[in-house]
Write a protein of this length. Structure first.
Length: 332
C-alpha cells in the first residue's frame, strides 16, 4: 500500500511539474510577443508571481472546492467559497507583487492597500482572470487524467474478477472430471478387468495435464486434443468393441483455447451417450481450424427421453468459461 501511495505522489508531482512549466513558458512567450518594447526581465518576474498564485489557486479549487463541495452537490457553498476564494487570491497576488516583488526589480509607486482591496475591475482583469484561466486548464487536465485512471481501474477490476471466476470454475471442473474418471476405473476394478493398470496409466497422463496445463489461461488446440485422445483411450478400455469413435481433425492453423473445454465436452458425450445403453454407440468428434475460428463438434446418440432435468456442473461451467473468455462471440 505504501509503495502505491508513494507512486501516486510521485506521478502527481511529475504531472504538475510538466503542466505548470509548460504553462509558464507559454505565458512568457505570449506576453513577450504582445509588447512593443518588451523587458524580458520584468515579464519574467511578473509571470513568476502570477504563476505561484495560479498553482496555489488551481490546486485549492480542485482539491477543496471541486472534490469536497461541487462533487458533493453542495453548490451554494461551492459558489460562495469560489467567489470569496478567487477574490482573496487576487488580493494576495496583488499585495505580494506590489509590496514584495516589485521593489526587487522595479521602482513603481506603490498602490495603497485600500485601492488594492476596492479596485475590483483592475483586480479582475490582471489578477483574478489569470488565476481562473490557469485553474480551468489545470482542472480540465485533472479530470481527463482521472477519467483515464478510472477507466483503467474498471478494466483491471473486471479482468481480476474474471480471472477469479475462471479459477473458481476450474477448481470445480477438475474434481468433477476426476470424480467421473475414478468412477470409471472403479467399475473396471469391480469386474476384475485386466485393463485397470493401463487405465491408471492413462489417468496419470490426464492428471499431469490437469496439474501443469489446467490452470493456464490458454493452451494449444493440439495439446488439448492430445489429452482428449488419452481420455478416449481410457474410455475405450471400458466399452471394448461396442463403442465406435469417429474423429476428424483438420488443424491447419495453430490456436489457443481455454484448457479442459474440449475434454469436458468429450467426457459429457460419454456420460450421456455410452453409459445410457448396453448396445452399440457411435460418438463423432470433429475439430477444424482456420485463420480466425476453431470449430469443435461432438455428437452422441440420445436413448429415449431423459428423466433428469438438472444441468450437470460440467457443461454449466463450460458455458460460464466461454462467456468469460469469449463474451457474445461463441456458439452454444
Amino acid at each position: 500500500m505504501k509503495k502505491t501511495s508513494d507512486e501516486k505522489v510521485k506521478n502527481e508531482i511529475i504531472q504538475q511539474a510538466v503542466f505548470w512549466t509548460a504553462l509558464f513558458v507559454f505565458g512568457i512567450f505570449r506576453n513577450y510577443g504582445e509588447l512593443e518594447q518588451p523587458d524580458f526581465r520584468e515579464i519574467f518576474y511578473y509571470d513568476v508571481c502570477h504563476w505561484i498564485f495560479q498553482i496555489i489557486g488551481a490546486n485549492l479549487m480542485y482539491s477543496v472546492l471541486i472534490q469536497k463541495f461541487f462533487e458533493a452537490k453542495k453548490y451554494l457553498l461551492f459558489t460562495v467559497y469560489f467567489l470569496g476564494g478567487i477574490y482573496l487570491l487576487g488580493v494576495l497576488n496583488r499585495l505580494f507583487i506590489v509590496y514584495a516583488a516589485e521593489p526587487l526589480f522595479a521602482d513603481y509607486p506603490q498602490d495603497s492597500i485600500s485601492d488594492i482591496f476596492t479596485d475590483l475591475r483592475y483586480l479582475l482583469l490582471y489578477y483574478i482572470l489569470p488565476v481562473i484561466s490557469g485553474s480551468f486548464i489545470f482542472i480540465s487536465m485533472k479530470f481527463m487524467i482521472r477519467y483515464r485512471d478510472e477507466k483503467q481501474n474498471t478494466f483491471q477490476l473486471q479482468k481480476e474478477k474474471s480471472e477469479l471466476e475462471l479459477k473458481a470454475l476450474k477448481a470445480q471442473l477438475n474434481p468433477h472430471f476426476l470424480f467421473n474418471t475414478l468412477n470409471n476405473i472403479y467399475s473396471l476394478s469391480v469386474t476384475g478387468s485386466a485393463a485397470v493398470p493401463l487405465s491408471i496409466s492413462r489417468l496419470s497422463d490426464i492428471l499431469d495435464y490437469l496439474l501443469y496445463h489446467g490452470q493456464k489461461e490458454k493452451v494449444s488446440i493440439a495439446g488439448e486434443m492430445k489429452i482428449v485422445k488419452d481420455y478416449i483411450a481410457l474410455e475405450m478400455l471400458r466399452y471394448d468393441e461396442r463403442l465406435d469413435i469417429e474423429m476428424v481433425e483438420k488443424i491447419e492453423f495453430s490456436g489457443l483455447i481455454p484448457p479442459l473445454v474440449y475434454l469436458s465436452f468429450i467426457e459429457n458425450a460419454f456420460k450421456h451417450g455410452a453409459e445410457k445403453t448396453s448396445g452399440r454407440v457411435i460418438i463423432s468428434i470433429s475439430v477444424e481450424t482456420d485463420e480466425k475460428y476453431a470449430f469443435f463438434t461432438v455428437e452422441n446418440p440420445l436413448f429415449g427421453k431423459s428423466q433428469d432435468t438438472e444441468t450437470g456442473i460440467g457443461l454449466e461451467n463450460i458455458r460460464k468459461q466461454l462467456d468469460l473468455y469469449y463474451p457474445g462471440i461463441h456458439w452454444k
